[in-house]
Design a protein around this ligand. Structure first.
Ligand SMILES: [Fe+2]
Ligand SMILES: [Fe+2]
Length: 151
C-alpha cells in the first residue's frame, strides 16, 4: 500500500470511527448513568455499565492518540518499518474486543427488558451501534490497513 492509499483509508477511519466514537461515548455514559440511577433494583439492570463505558472511553482515547500521533503519520509517509507498532495496536484491539464481550454480556446482547423506558431502549440501541462501529473500525485496521504494510 502506498502512503497515499494509506492516507485515504486513514482519513476514512478518523472521520467515520475515531470522531464518531468520541462524539457518542459521552452520550452513552450519560444514558447508562441515568438507567443505573433510575432502576437500582431491576433484575436485568446492567449494573456497572457506566464504569465499563468510562473505562472503555479512557482506553480507546489513549489507543486512538497513539494511532493519530505515532503510527498513522508514519504510514501516510509510506514508512514500512512500523511492524512493532502495528503489533502493539493489534494487542490493544484484542483488549477492546474483550471489553465488547463484557459490554454484550452486561447489556444482555444490547437488548432492553420488556417494557423498558425510552432511556433504557436508547442506551441499548446506542451500545449496539457503538459495538458494531468498533468491530468494523478494528477490522479495517487489522485486515486492510496493517496488511497493506506487511503486518
Ligand atoms: Fe483506530
Ligand atoms: Fe486501532
Amino acid at each position: 500500500m502506498t502512503g497515499e492509499e494509506a492516507g485515504r483509508l486513514i482519513d476514512h477511519i478518523l472521520t467515520r470511527y475515531h470522531a464518531v466514537h468520541r462524539a457518542e461515548m459521552p452520550d452513552l455514559i450519560q444514558l447508562a448513568t441515568a438507567v443505573e440511577a433510575a432502576h437500582p433494583s431491576h433484575p436485568q439492570l446492567p449494573r456497572g455499565l457506566t464504569d465499563l463505558l468510562r473505562r472503555m472511553a479512557w482506553e480507546m482515547e489513549a489507543h486512538m492518540r497513539k494511532e493519530e500521533d505515532g503510527l498513522f503519520p508514519e504510514l501516510r509517509a509510506g514508512e514500512d518499518r512500523m511492524a512493532m507498532a502495528m503489533t502493539l495496536m493489534r494487542d490493544e484491539h484484542d483488549d477492546h474486543a474483550a471489553r465488547l464481550e463484557q459490554l454484550a454480556a452486561l447489556t444482555h446482547q444490547h437488548r432492553p427488558p420488556p417494557g423498558a423506558c425510552a432511556t433504557w431502549q436508547a442506551l441499548c440501541a446506542g451500545t449496539a451501534k457503538f459495538a458494531e462501529d468498533l468491530r468494523e473500525h478494528i477490522r479495517l485496521e487489522n485486515e486492510v490497513l496493517f496488511p497493506g504494510f506487511g503486518a
